[in-house]
Each structure stands twice: as C-alpha cells, then as structure tokens.
Design a protein around this ligand. Structure first.
Ligand SMILES: [Zn+2]
Length: 326
C-alpha cells in the first residue's frame, strides 16, 4: 500500500487529487468522513451532518475508481470535532464526556469535548456511526482513529467511577485520588480502561463485518505499545491478536531514520505477520523530499506491507509528491 491521509473532504477537487496520486504511483487514500459528533455526508446517526449539495463521498469514490485507488473512510472516534454546539453542550450536560481530575471537560487538539468510552450511549453511537460509514458507500475500508483515552490521567467522569467500581469490584475511598498515578488503585484503573477500549473494538468490528463483510477494518495506532497501553489504554496488539483488524497503521512519526526503523521492527515483531502493517510516515515533519524518500525506503526495506503519509495538503502536493513519482 502506498497511501495518504486527507483531513477534510469538503470542496476537494477529487479528480485532481486522484490523478496526482496515480501519477505518484499511490494506490490508497484515507479520507476523514466522520468524527464523534459530525459526518461529512448525510448521516442518520451523527448530530452534525455536513452535506452542502455535493456528495463528497460519492464524488471521491467515483474519481478514485477511475484511477484504481482504494478509499478508506477515516473515522475520528469519540472526538466531537465539528459537532453542533448544542449537541456538544448536551453531551456535557448528560455526563457523557471525558473529565479531568477537577471535573473540567477535557478539550484536546480539536478544542471539542471527547465522548467517554465507558458510557453505553457513546459506545452505541460509535458502533452505529462506523456501521453507517461502512454501509452507506462502497468504501474499501473503515479506518478507526483515536481509539484511545484522551489523557494519560484517568477520566474522572461519574460513569467511569461507577463502572470501574462495578467491573473491578473495587471500593474507592477517595475519588479520584485512589485511581490517579501513585494511588491505591492506579494499576487496576489502567488495566480497566484498557479493557474498556478493547471491548469497544470488540463491539465495532463484528458489527461492521456483519453489515458489510468485504469492508476492511483498520486502525491508526500509536507506536511503543507499552507506553500507549499505560498512557492511553490502547492495546492494539490485543485487537490484532483477537482478529478485530485487517491491518494497522502505526503512526511512526519520527523523522529520525534510526528511531523510525526501531519502532517499525518492534511493531513487526508484535504483530508477527497476523495482519499487514502500513506504517504511518510524518511527511509534514520532513524538511525535504529526500528525507521523505529515505523514510519510504526504510518502510520498503523493512518489508512492512506499505506506508501511509500524513497528510495531503498544499505543501505535500508541491514539495513532496514529485519525489514519490521518481
Ligand atoms: Zn469517563
């Protein structure tokens, strides 16, 4: 796979994008089509539905087919990016968002609240939104991103507290101190929240496979498994081992060739050939086309199944695409 992520489908000249990717011998594009609160198509499931007279998904697919390029619908799980203000406020009011230790709403990179994975309604939304994405259009795959807790510290929402106590049969004397780093139940909490996330994948994947068996299911994951398990509850090895995913894209966003190669070799050992690894490369961090070429060459020599570049934008088009043609 020679792929690339594209952030926002609205108003894209799909014919031009696909022709350029084809000329650079690329064969896959991962397009963000929904988030935890919005879809960039007419959605029956997500509250924010951006559909301004142009069906971007249909146009994207039609252009991609012409050039033999796969389209994977990229889903930003949980993050309420682009959700209408009213539905963001409702999620906060209903206690469905991740909170810090002082009870403040966590607002990470997208400045929007993030749905809490321990809450049943949110889990059901994730499943329904992903199934809708997989069935509404004939995408080659659905690509799950942000299947991780948003902060290294515990989510301190009421549902997490209740579920944690119930699932682990723990009694919390001091909340959230007992579950914070160094607390009496810190380790138990870290392991519990990892299980919550793994169960999420265990709910989404079979639902998608039942709804449309040909859809390939993939996830963008963080490198360095031990630390992402501890800090974000993301045990992607368990997801691969259980057969929930058809491939993974570890975001190996170091431009240091030695670090890039080291991480990739660790990932290959962990995955052990069960699924392909299409390694994420940070084109945006590269300072030159030849630097990008070097990382691509490393991905080839490691015999990973391919690579996906982050991300398609104007700088990538003008500075880096020419290097991939050669
Ligand atoms: Zn929570």
């Amino acid at each position: 796979m020679r792929g690339i992520w594209l952030h926002d489908p609205r108003g894209v000249d799909w014919q031009k994008v696909m022709a350029e990717l084809y000329a650079a011998r690329m064969n896959a594009i991962f397009v963000k089509f929904s988030t935890g609160g919005a879809a960039y198509y007419r959605s029956e499931v997500l509250p924010g539905s951006f559909y301004a007279g142009r069906d971007e998904a249909a146009l994207c697919l039609a252009a991609a087919r012409r050039y033999g390029i796969q389209v994977h619908a990229w889903r930003v799980c949980f993050q309420m990016k682009d959700a209408p203000a009213e539905s963001q406020q409702r999620a906060v009011r209903e206690g469905r968002v991740q909170l810090d230790r002082s009870g403040r709403v966590l607002r990470p990179s997208y400045r929007a609240p993030v749905l809490c994975p321990s809450h049943d309604w949110n889990r059901s939304l994730e499943v329904r939104a992903t199934v809708e994405l997989a069935t509404k259009y004939p995408f080659d795959g659905v690509h799950l991103d942000y299947l991780r807790w948003i902060d290294a510290e515990p989510c301190c929402c009421a549902t997490c507290r209740k579920r944690f106590c119930r699932d682990t049969r723990s009694t919390v004397a001091s909340w959230p101190r007992d579950v914070m780093k160094g607390g009496r139940l810190a380790r138990t909490f870290v392991s519990w929240r990892e299980q919550i996330m793994t169960r999420m994948v265990a709910e989404i994947s079979p639902a998608v496979r039942r709804a449309r068996p040909s859809t390939r299911i993939s996830a963008a994951v963080w490198p360095e498994l031990a630390s992402v398990r501890r800090d974000r509850g993301q045990n992607w090895k368990a997801w691969v081992d259980a057969g929930y995913l058809d491939f993974i894209c570890p975001m190996n966003y170091s431009t240091d060739p030695a670090m890039f190669a080291k991480r990739l070799s660790e990932e290959r050992a962990l995955v052990n050939g069960r699924v392909p690894i299409y390694v994420g490369i940070a084109a945006y961090k590269c300072t030159s086309g030849s630097q990008l070429q070097q990382l691509v060459a490393l991905a080839h020599s490691s015999r990973a199944g391919g690579w996906v570049l982050f991300n398609y934008d104007e700088r990538f088009r003008t500075q880096f695409l020419p290097y991939l043609r050669n």
